[in-house]
Design a protein around this ligand. Structure first.
Ligand code: ATP
Length: 263
């Protein structure tokens, strides 16, 4: 079980000598193996929220629990994928993917199998011995995602992982992530600025508001996805379905209310 619980989480930063409430009292539960997208206006505290789950920031009040344990620092039970690919440039694709597996003592056979499995899923067969600089941005991000899955963390934290990719590669990655999350479901917290991406990928979309950062509303997607068979369809077709445009419209309206003068 790898659920995430935000229990009265508040984060106050010191800014110019004054306290600044970035997150103001969040109570929320991400269920085990649930895929949650987080959207919200710039500066509403999405990254701060994720960093507290990663153990890179400490709540000022309240606590975050993963699998019933209070988060007190980073740990191998939580993997983070950022917008910048963060691969080791001096290591091959094989070495990058298996880095976390090695540190937990996985055998050579387990590592070979994992690399085969993920490179096939990501349609990157034959790149085991390539170095990051020999790959495109999209391929590098696929390796970063494969690495995070291969480490077998309970929780995957993704902060705008496709933000630096061109539109076409981004679409391919979204479809691949959906496939991956079917084959190998994990508890995922996924931050994005794209409403379409949020709705397409998530079981539930969390819409955040700001001043202070808080959860404005949670939109449930799973039942629509299942009844409309979204997972079977290419993303472009899903985006034209009335059920999809309805949910997207709902998220947009909530976001627009929050953006106020910034529009
Ligand atoms: N270390 C820090 N010290 C002071 N203020 C901070 C710090 N980190 C974040 N903040 C502030 O907290 C607020 C939330 O920042 P955060 O990066 O979490 O927002 P975000 O929703 O992820 O934004 P964006 O969508 O633009 O990436 C912002 O006003 C930011 O300036």
């Amino acid at each position: 079980m790898s659920d995430i619980i935000f229990d009265g989480v508040t984060k106050v930063f010191g800014r110019g000598g004054k306290p600044f409430v970035a997150i103001g009292g969040i109570d929320f539960e991400v269920k085990d193996k649930e895929f949650i997208s987080v959207v919200g206006p710039s500066g509403c505290g999405k990254t701060t929220l994720m960093r507290m789950v990663a153990g890179l920031e400490t709540p000022t009040e309240g606590e975050v629990r993963v699998a019933s344990k209070k988060v007190t620092g980073p740990g191998p039970d939580r993997a983070v994928v950022f917008q910048q690919f963060a691969l080791f440039p001096w290591k091959t694709v094989y070495e990058n993917i298996t880095f976390g597996m090695r540190s937990r003592g996985a055998s050579k056979k387990e590592r070979d199998d994992a690399v085969d499995h993920y490179l096939t899923l990501m349609k990157m067969e034959g790149t085991e011995q390539s170095y990051p600089h020999q790959l495109s941005g999209g391929m590098q991000q696929r390796v970063a995602i494969a690495r995070s899955y291969a480490t077998e963390p309970g929780v995957l934290l993704m902060d705008e992982p496709f933000g630096a990719l061109d539109a076409q590669t981004r679409t391919i990655m979204q479809e691949e992530l959906v496939r991956l999350s079917h084959v190998n479901p994990r508890t995922v917290l996924f931050i994005t600025h794209s409403v379409e991406e949020a709705v397409y990928l998530a079981d539930r979309v969390v819409v955040m508001g700001r001043n202070p950062g808080r959860i404005k509303e949670v939109i449930e997607v799973t039942s629509t996805r299942e009844s409309e068979g979204w997972s079977e369809e290419p993303i472009d077709d899903v985006m034209e379905m009335p059920s999809f445009t309805h949910l997207r419209g709902q998220v947009w309206r909530l976001l627009r209310e929050e953006m106020g003068d910034d529009r």
